[in-house]
Write a protein that binds this ligand. Sequence first.
Ligand code: HEM
Length: 423
Amino acid sequence: MATTAASPNVTDADLYLDGIPHERFAELRATPGIAWHPYGDASERGGGFWAVTRHADVKEVSKNAAVFSSALGHTNLWDLEADALEARRSLIDTDGADHVRLRRLIAASFTPRNIRRWEDTVRAITCELLDEFVAAGSGDWVEMVAAPLPIRVILTMLGVPLEDADHLVELSNYLVEGTGEAQSIPADAFGNTTELRLLPFNSPASHALFQYGEKLGDLRRQDPQNDLVTTLVQAEEEGERLSASEYRNLFHLLVFAGNETTRTALSHGAVALADHPGQWRRVLDAEGEERDQFIERAAEEVIRWATPVLHMRRTATQDTVLAGTQIKAGQKVVMWYASANRDDAAFDDPFTFDLGRETNPHFAFGGGGPHLCLGAFLARLEVVVLLQEMARRNLTLRRTSEPVRTPSNFVHGILSVDMAANA
Ligand code: HEM
């Protein structure tokens, strides 16, 4: 059932400069079985991956973690050498008992109940940024709202002082660049002396983030606070539970995962609201509790529409069959959430931005299973609060530039987009 080089290419990062190549994904979804997608060096592990593009198949791969491993190989498209994989391994690249142990250390902080405790913080940050945006009248939405909001929230939760936020946003931007084709900073930036292949996203910015995390960890060891870094270092001090490398990588993952993804949702959300004024009007026309309920739904649609993480990879631990296609042990299996979220087998009119969508089983946070996004409730809260506060200000956005997109096949980022505020 394997198909060939004739399969449409969906990995060229430049393709994404014009948005997700939806027509190519539609073609892959329509291909019977699972399509084989050439990738990288032909000598490398068969030189490609199985492109899982249908909603039902993404769900099956996500849920069957024993067969589709996150620890073997890597969860990104490219392979890593064994030492690099070990150096870079974080929660997201583990299986079974290791995964449970690491996830348990932080899971309690991300339950809906504990996340609701941050609502006032999220609202205060959102209000400040929106008021500044409205006062300015116009500007780059990403720079003024979508980027600072999630990073300030996650840094507050971690216990990072606000004055360091800009530095960490900058580091995070370099990490995103590392998911594309080229890095604009030299290998020794930020005093880095580690080989890039040993660093997440092959980026010297990871070195800077590790160093920052270690410094903050030391501070919290001496002077514990009510924050996530204290939770992590105290867990570390209990002995074998969290190694120095696990702490570093977890800190890195939380900064990156808690930041870039939600920024992308807030950026695409703003573009979609500006481009579909009738949908935003539905929010403004609703009142009181009805508005709040509508916004909960609207937030899910914004997140589906944005699909900030385009794919995640697994590696088959054994020979298996998926959608009638034979998959061999050791082969890469890549779940394209970008495609699953536009699959008409799962969504009515998937290409319609419909804030009132009643059932919305989107996979923006993953297709279920053990690695389902830990920060999903936090991300939802951020989107909901932003929509509530925009509505409260009667703020309508008008797009005044084309979005400049991130050249990446991994994150669906927007680097900048100008908006004018009609409040
Ligand atoms: C709209 C925003 C977000 C999106 C679209 C998103 C998406 C994802 C996806 C697709 C995964 C992988 C799921 C899988 O492999 O099955 C994931 C995992 C993860 N996300 Fe998020 N995420 C978002 C926000 C956040 C936030 C705010 C945090 C909080 C700090 C966060 C923390 C994590 C962590 C720690 C994991 C790894 C979980 C594990 O391996 O057990 N994410 N996310």
